[in-house]
Each structure stands twice: as C-alpha cells, then as structure tokens.
Ligand binder design. Structure first.
Ligand code: HMG
Length: 416
C-alpha cells in the first residue's frame, strides 16, 4: 500500500440559478445578519426539476473529462456518492456511465451514507488503486446532491445543490492521500434523515450539530493517534492540528466549519497535558480567531455561494481552498473532515500536489459561478413548488445535461 494515490483533478457543476441569502432573510422576516453572520451564508443554489442529482453529476463528470483531457479508456471504476438518489434500484452511476459513453469494463455503483457517501466512495477508489487491484487504472468519483428542507423551515437557508467530480489516480496532482491514516467514528443517531418517498429531509437541527461535533472528535483523535505514531505531527509548542497547513470540513453551512475547527482544537487542548487549566480557558483558546483565519477561512469561498451540497460539500471546500491557494500550499499537508448524519465521520489528510494551481486553473471555477442567474425569492418559491417529475422545457446549456422527461418511470436526459 505504498503507492502515491489521490485526487488528480476535479470539476464542479452547480444549478444555473441562485437566490441571495439576504433577500431570503428579508422575505422570511428574519434579520439578514442571522443568515450572513449567524450561518455564514451569502448565496444559495436553486435547482429546478430538470437539474436533478443525475444531470448535475453527469455535467460535473463531463466537464472534468473535457477540461482535463481525461483518457476514459483508462477508467476502471465509477462511484457516485449521493443521498438524493432518483431510484431505489438503478444507481445514478449507471446514468452517468451511459450519458458519458464510458467503457463497459468498469465497476459502477452508488455509495450512500448521508453526506459521508462521497468520502466512502473516494476511499473505496483510493484503496482500490493503492492495493494494486486497479492495475494502473483510474477512478471517477462523483459527489452529487440537492439539499432540500422545504420552504419556511429552519433548515431553509442551509439548502443548496451541485456536484463535484474527482479523478482519482496514481498521479495525485491535487492531493496525495495519506493512505491508512484515516480516523473514523460511527454512531446510530437520528439527527437528519429522509424517509423513503419524501422529497424533503427531516432534521433535528441543533442536535445534528452536537452529533457532528461528537463524531468528528472521535475521527480526529483516531487520525491524530496514527499521525503521532508516524511522526507526521508531534506534541510541541504547536498543537498537532496546528501542524496541518489547512483543515477542510464538511460544510452544511459555513459557520459549522468554525464550530468544527474549535472542536478539533479543543481535542488537542484537552489531550495535550499542558494546555489551559480550566474548561473555560480551553474553550476560549479553542475558538482562536487567528487559527480559524489561517487554517480554515479561505476554504469557504464556494460553499458560502452555493450552500449545502451534502456529499459534495467537503469537496467544494477542497475546490475553494485550492482555487484560492493552490500554488502556496504545494507540498504541504492538509486535513479533511467528512461527516454524514446517521452517523459516520472520517478525518484524513494528504499532501497538496505541485500542479494543484495548474489543474485548478483548468477547472475555471470563476466562470462556473459567474454564469449563474440571480432569481427573486418568488421565483425560487415557484421552482421549489414544481413537481419533481415535470421538468420545464429548457434547452441545456452547451456542455451540460438536463432531465428532459420521465416516461413510465424511466428518466430521459438531454444535453452535452
Ligand atoms: P435556527 O434555530 O434557526 O438558528 O437553525 P439559531 O437560532 O441556532 O441561529 C443560528 C446562528 O445564528 C446562531 O449562532 C445564532 O447566535 C446566530 P451560533 O450560536 O450557532 O454561533 N444568530 C445571529 N447572528 C447574527 N445576527 C443575528 C442573529 N440571530 C441569530 N441577528 C440550524 C440553525 C443550523 C439548526 C438550521 O438551519 C438547520 O436545522 N439546518 C439544517 C441542519 C444542519 O445543517 N445541521 C448541521 C450539522 S449535521 C450535518 O452537517 C449533516 C448534513 O449535512 C446532512 C447529511 O449528513 O446528509 C445536514
């Protein structure tokens, strides 16, 4: 298991419309500062029924192949991480495989565990390649989701949607994963769930935050134990977590990354043996603004403008981080924390590649976001109220896919 393996390149797809979060706050009679300062949001992606999890996944994957000149004959695995699948049996991966005309000799499947499904898929691909079973082939891992809680719910300002496609290979130009260093933590909890047949998720919002923080503490401590054993971090004047150049978190809303970062620091401060003596002083040190600014803040640029993308949210943070600082981070180790309700958390790490900035330039993220159209709250509500099976007849933008119709429960797509 000593090969260099990880993420070679990525591409992002987002719905073509968004709503300004301050417009939404005013329409709901809420102080806009609650959504901006309180949750850390700026804009929220709004999808219409033609932009489902399949079309967003296929668009992101097609974009990745086109932007990075991927040789599809070298792909041996396609995994779609999602919690907003469109069929109980037929996976989104099979739709993406067909729409992109990928080779027959491929393993294809969906991976589901709330927001953790994408990371589960990524680790399946990384370990398949690292073990040698991939025999030099690469994997496509696509994280795709539409976060939907419903109009006028507490979760409403934390909705969003989109997809991030990852090319995983032995040429990890973006991120060489530290294989085997992962820390994980699972618990059987009802913090967020979506019973079969429901379009909107159910959530125990404040409890879900507690579950996230609890799970991530276990995952982080597991990673730290292995990283200490291997001498990658140490107990010295800098906390182990401070020895990571950046830490990226699952971002259901941006403020959650701040809470998560304080939790990671608290784990270190509690375990260090010579940190602040009282719980109050430890809490204060955990919330360090300079540490948050240096290690986390720059990863949130895209998340603040798209909202929650469930499985794709951590990888949107990776895209935002490398878009902002790909060149500066080359050769440095970063940490990543994935959380899926229900629950499972995984903390892992990797080294940013020398070609990260070049690869990210090809992803052209500024254009992807700039092409979107801002809609009013009235239009957002109209789109939310459209039935899922009656997409409007809109021609797909060049290079993108749309759901065209559902006939006898079979979905047909147009585009690209
Ligand atoms: P809420 O109860 O409406 O908001 O719901 P609140 O009262 O907790 O306020 C939110 C923050 O705004 C607070 O900050 C307030 O102080 C602040 P905090 O104390 O947390 O630091 N605030 C203000 N700030 C400035 N000016 C003001 C003002 N007013 C208040 N005027 C909640 C918030 C997140 C619970 C809700 O939106 C929700 O239920 N969201 C969905 C659930 C969620 O995102 N959970 C996150 C953890 S679980 C997870 O990440 C998994 C998930 O992605 C799903 C999966 O795994 O598949 C969700």
């Amino acid at each position: 298991m000593k090969k260099r393996v990880g993420i070679e390149a990525l591409a992002v797809a987002v719905p073509r419309r968004y709503v300004d979060i301050e417009d939404l706050a005013r329409a709901r009679g809420v102080d806009p500062a609650k959504f901006t300062a309180g949750l850390g949001a700026k804009e929220m992606a709004v999808n219409d029924p033609g932009e489902d999890s399949v079309s967003l996944a296929a668009t992101a994957a097609a974009r990745l192949i086109q932007q990075q000149g991927v040789d599809t004959s070298k792909l041996g695995m396609l995994v779609v991480g999602t919690e907003t699948g469109v069929d109980h049996s037929k996976p989104i991966a099979s739709h993406v495989h067909g729409l992109l005309k990928l080779p027959r000799a491929m393993r294809t499947f969906d991976s589901q565990h709330a927001c953790y499904g994408g990371t589960a898929g990524l680790m399946a691909a990384v370990e398949w390649i690292a073990s040698g079973a991939g025999a030099g082939r690469s994997a496509l891992v696509v994280c795709t989701d539409i976060a939907r809680y419903g109009l006028k719910t507490a979760g409403e300002p934390t909705q969003g949607g989109g997809a991030v496609a990852l090319l995983v290979s032995e040429t990890p130009d973006l991120l060489a994963v530290d294989v085997g260093l992962n820390g994980v933590s699972t618990a059987d909890v009802y913090d967020f769930w979506r019973p079969v047949g429901r379009r909107e998720a159910l959530v125990d919002g404040h409890y879900s935050i507690t579950c996230y923080l609890d799970a991530m503490a276990g995952a982080y401590r597991g990673w730290r134990e292995r990283a200490l054993e291997q001498g990658l971090v140490r107990w010295d004047s800098k906390l182990p977590s401070e020895q990571l150049a950046r830490i990226l978190y699952h971002v259901p809303f941006c403020k959650m990354a701040r809470k998560a970062h304080a939790q990671v620091r608290l784990c270190d401060l509690e375990d260090s043996g010579n940190g602040p003596a009282t719980p109050e002083a430890r809490d204060e040190a955990a919330k360090s603004q300079p540490s948050y600014d240096a290690q986390v803040a720059k990863s949130l640029g895209l998340n603040a403008r798209v909202g929650n993308v469930y499985t794709a949210s951590l990888y949107l943070a990776l895209a935002g981080q490398l878009h902002a600082e790909g060149a500066a981070l080359a050769g440095q180790r970063i940490g990543l924390l994935s959380y899926g309700s229900g629950s499972c958390a995984e903390f892992f790490s990797g080294i940013v590649g020398e070609k990260a900035a070049e690869r990210m330039a090809r992803a052209d993220l500024d254009t992807v976001l700039a092409k979107r159209e801002r809609v009013s709250v009235e239009e957002y509500e109209r789109l939310m109220n459209l039935p899922y099976d009656a997409p409007e007849a809109i021609a797909p933008e060049p290079g993108t896919f749309r759901l065209a119709e559902i006939h006898e429960f079979r979905r047909k797509y147009a585009g690209a």
